[in-house]
Design a protein around this ligand. Structure first.
Ligand code: SAH
Length: 287
């Protein structure tokens, strides 16, 4: 403040000093007149500066609580994520540090509808519209760990949904190719991922039954909707040594890991799960 006033006076005296000096030389009266004018100008300038300082203070006062609270809220979301990772994910045995870091980093609350934002870090799946759900955080972490991929890997996801699983992989530096059959979800997931700057997450709208032939083979395939059997085209798009993580079954589903070695596919069951059904071509073939 003091500095501003000082600078203001300095500027005023500088700007009028020369002119005033010249006029004072012409008549003695003009010298007095000029000094009054200078005073008025001085007052005017000080008033103007005062007004500017007042406005700046007002703007600062108005913006401070918003900025402050959003920072506090940002810290709050981050601490909720840390708590989620510690209490729900590490506690159940997920260990891969890259997966844990990613789960701590991705803002899950931005992938759920506004009404569920506050519940985003709860230990449960949540509705995302169109009768679909975003998986429970633990299941996302477990499936990501089971893929055994990392920076630079290429992963195919079937069932983009909200885009959250794709973001968790993208955050780890994985190149993600994700397919979603429901156009509304596909569009909003693509927008969310783009908004968050995940340029390594590519979303395609359509039936994921046939995979993404232009981009095969993949170092991992993750399916987040449950078919009643494993779609053959997806097996074909696994690279040698890669894994597919997929829930299989109808009412009763098992999370399976299929590992490809040449033309051999080893299968193991991990845990019972509950996913929305895979629709489209796989259902047509069953009927
Ligand atoms: N991974 C998602 C959750 C997926 S829910 C997330 O992180 O939010 C399962 C999704 O699979 C649903 O959005 C559903 O529309 C989609 N889906 C079902 N069958 C599909 C198919 N044949 N191809 C692509 N997506 C499919």
């Amino acid at each position: 403040m003091v500095y501003h006033e000082h600078r203001a006076r300095f500027r005023v005296s500088q700007s009028v000093g020369g002119a005033g000096g010249r006029r004072r030389e012409r008549t003695p009266r003009s010298g007095r007149w000029m000094s009054e004018r200078n005073m008025r100008r001085d007052e005017g300038n000080v008033l103007a500066m005062g007004l500017i300082v007042f406005l700046v203070l007002l703007m600062t006062a108005c913006s401070a609580p918003g900025g402050h609270s959003s920072e506090v809220q940002g810290r709050d979301w981050a601490s909720r994520r840390s708590e989620m990772v510690r209490g729900q994910i590490e506690a159940r045995g997920v260990k891969d540090p890259d997966v844990l870091d990613s789960m701590r980093a991705v803002p899950r609350h931005l992938f759920v509808p506004d009404v569920y934002r506050d519940a985003a870090y709860n230990d449960s799946p949540l509705p995302i519209g169109q009768g679909q759900t975003i998986s429970q955080p633990y299941i996302v972490a477990l499936m990501t760990e089971l893929l055994e991929v990392g920076e630079g890997s290429r992963v195919l996801e079937i069932g983009t949904g909200s885009g959250y699983q794709a973001a968790v992989l993208a955050e780890m530096g994985v190149e993600v190719y994700s397919i979603e059959i429901k156009t509304a979800l596909c569009d909003s997931a693509a927008a969310t991922l783009q908004g968050l700057g995940y340029e390594n997450a590519h979303v395609r709208c359509g039936d994921g039954y046939g995979g993404w032939p232009e981009e095969e083979p993949f170092d991992g395939i993750i399916v987040t909707a449950a078919p009643d059997r494993i779609p053959d085209p997806l097996l074909d798009q696994l690279s040698d040594g890669a894994r597919m993580v997929i829930p299989v079954g109808e009412f009763y589903q098992e999370l399976k890991v299929i590992t490809r070695t040449g033309d051999d596919f080893q299968q193991r069951s991990v845990i019972p799960v509950r996913f929305v059904p895979m629709t489209g071509e796989i259902e047509r073939q069953r009927d």
